[in-house]
Design a protein around this ligand. Structure first.
Ligand code: HPA
Length: 260
């Protein structure tokens, strides 16, 4: 696959409702049912990037009720190679603050009861290697784009994926920290594993929108709106560079990047 025919998709979460504009989008049907909403096309310079609204156009689908298999299968059917998952997270470590961006390098899955595999017992199974759940070349591309865009990002850290939709107790956050987590969110799993099963390279651009439960000085919801707004602006700057501002960033799978 050459860098030029790489097909990209963004999965956008809360706070990105207006990202795709008013275009009608395509309703893609899959063997696992319908994805969360119509898939739209974004233009970045001379590149088209698919945009899938993870929680639906009206943000009505909570994390535990998302049809992750249909979402990821729909992207595969559109021949997507690289998926950038925008998600919101709470920060456990003091190094992350609301309004900032993280590009995690590991995850721990605490979710339950989600349809988490394309293998449903009817055919051959591939036990995917999930040692490194996020694609290095996508992570590195995002980090380099952030650097070019002059946006500070937190490189690495463990994303703890919780079931939600409620936020955590303070004791749960203490436990997640003991487990090594830096960030808590609700959607990276099973997304990341399904992407791997379907052969797509996946990484998270995580918007830190609050301090995790028990870690901030204010009630969690006091941080959310401002944190989301600021982090969103930063994420958009990174994406603009990643997809188009410079030749190097236009070829994130090419020789400019670590493509391991
Ligand atoms: N916990 C879990 N998911 C989240 C949080 C959080 O604090 N903030 C945004 N998504």
């Amino acid at each position: 696959m050459s860098a030029t025919d790489t097909q990209y998709a963004i999965i956008a979460g809360s706070g990105f409702r207006d990202f795709g504009g008013d275009a009608a989008g395509t309703l893609v049907d899959t063997a696992f049912g319908s994805p969360s909403g119509p898939i739209r096309e974004l233009r970045y310079a001379d590149r088209t990037v698919f945009l899938l609204p993870r929680h639906g156009d009206d943000l009505s689908i909570p994390p535990h009720a998302i049809n992750y298999r249909a979402n990821m299968k729909a992207l595969e059917q559109l021949d997507v190679d690289v998926v950038i998952a925008i998600n919101t997270v709470g920060a456990i470590e003091t190094r992350g603050h609301p309004g900032e961006i993280a590009v995690p390098d590991q995850l721990i899955d605490y979710t339950s009861g989600r349809e988490h595999s394309i293998y449903d017992g009817k055919g051959d199974i591939d036990h995917i290697d999930f040692t490194n759940p996020f694609a290095n070349h996508v992570r590195n591309g995002l980090l380099r784009a952030a650097q070019s865009a002059d946006v500070h990002v937190h490189d690495g850290g463990v994303y703890a994926v919780t079931q939600g939709p409620r936020l955590e107790t303070a004791a749960e956050v203490d436990r997640l920290e003991r487990d090594g987590a830096a960030y808590i969110g609700m959607t990276a799993m099973p997304e990341a594993a399904l992407a791997r099963e379907l052969g797509m390279d996946y990484a998270c651009l995580s918007l830190i929108v609050n301090y995790a439960a028990g870690r901030g000085e204010k009630p969690i919801h006091d941080d959310l709106e401002a944190g989301t707004m600021t982090a969103k602006m930063q994420a958009m700057k990174i994406l603009r560079v990643y997809f188009g501002a410079t030749e190097a960033c236009r070829n994130p799978v090419g020789r400019y990047w670590d493509s391991s």
